[in-house]
Design a protein around this ligand. Structure first.
Ligand code: APR
Length: 312
């Protein structure tokens, strides 16, 4: 039996994610967007790559949700993306409305699904989707930590001229300027990264990681990153569909873990068929714990702005 995955928003992130999942061969894909004919066109184009790739999966495009019914996983990428000079927070009120309306449709048509939220500002959007969905929080998850960690790992591997596969890194906290690369939990082939890269260089790598999204936005000029984000989404989808129980950094609702309650933040979790099967608590030093608090505070600020605008 094939799995069914729906991707809402057929822009850069959504279409690339749909393509990557189609190419995995284990899931049929439905691509939804408000723009007439566009998701249908992209889906047909991807479908026609099937004979070349040897993929019999189905992929369809739609402007509605009927076709998404009973999806195993639904990925929400709908919304607007950043332009140069914009922060993720500038997207807040626009994407709040979009994510809210999309979530209602997802719940109606796929009540048993696991939702992965990608729209920014990520932590606030996933919390909004959770509130609207009425789902158990283990089935509403945000994608950010894998991407931030991948950026951090890329820069470390580049600096040391080692395989990216030798780098084990963690970036926690919110998906924003306050994200927390956990140096103490980062090693290269088992050797603590602090022993391999001198302090100043490591600090500049941390800063480049924090600015990773903005660096791409400044280069693209018309939108934000989508190749690495879509790869990160697919790692989550695969962990869920194949019940891998993989430990991955994801945005999840904290219920006392790391000292926070009722707020989404990026932490390592065990991801499997049930969604979030466990929140993993890594040891943080005081500086890292404070940085995580600051990061969570900035998410709470956005939640407060959303609450004030809830009825507007
Ligand atoms: N329902 C479905 N699709 C929608 C809706 C809606 N209510 N509103 C907007 N969309 C679609 C747009 O028509 C567009 O095709 O969402 C798509 C977004 O695509 P892009 O503008 O290419 O943005 P993208 O780069 O894919 O980023 C999407 O993910 O990483 C985040 O910050 C990013 O919030 C942004 C989101």
């Amino acid at each position: 039996m094939k799995f069914k995955v729906s991707v809402i928003g057929a822009g850069n992130v959504g279409a690339t994610t749909a393509q990557r999942i189609f190419e995995k061969k284990y899931a049929d894909v439905v691509l939804v967007d408000v723009v007439e004919d566009m998701p249908q066109g992209k889906a047909l184009d991807i479908l026609e790559s099937g004979p070349v790739l040897g993929t019999d999966s189905k992929i369809t495009g739609s402007n509605g949700y009927e076709e998404t019914a009973n999806s195993d996983v639904v990925i929400i990428t709908a919304g607007i993306a950043r332009k140069p000079g914009m922060s993720r927070d500038d997207l807040l009120l626009t994407n709040m409305k979009i994510v809210g309306s999309v979530t209602k449709e997802v719940v109606k048509h796929s009540p048993e699904s696991i939702i992965i939220v990608v729209s920014n500002p990520l932590d606030a959007m996933v919390q909004h989707a959770y509130n609207i969905s009425g789902f158990d929080s283990k089935r509403v998850i945000g994608m950010a930590g894998i991407l931030d960690t991948a950026r951090f790992s890329t820069f470390i591997a580049e600096e040391l001229d080692v395989s990216v596969e030798s780098v084990n890194a963690y970036v926690l906290g919110g998906h924003g300027d306050t994200m927390v690369p956990v140096i103490g939990a980062t090693n290269v082939g088992g050797v603590p990264v602090e022993k391999m890269i001198e302090k100043n260089k490591l600090e500049s790598i941390v800063q480049r990681t924090r600015d990773g999204g903005a660096e791409i936005v400044a280069l693209l000029k018309t939108g934000s990153a989508f190749y690495a984000p879509s790869a990160a989404i697919v790692q989550m989808v695969e962990a869920i569909l194949l019940d891998k129980k993989q430990i991955l950094p994801c945005a999840v609702l904290l219920n006392g873990e790391y000292g926070f309650n009722d707020v989404y933040a990026g932490v390592p979790v065990k991801l499997g068929a049930e969604g979030i099967e466990e929140v993993i608590e890594v040891d943080l030093n005081t500086e890292e714990q404070n940085a995580l608090s600051k990061s969570v505070d900035s998410v709470i600020e956005l939640l407060e702005i959303m609450a004030k605008n809830a009825n507007s």
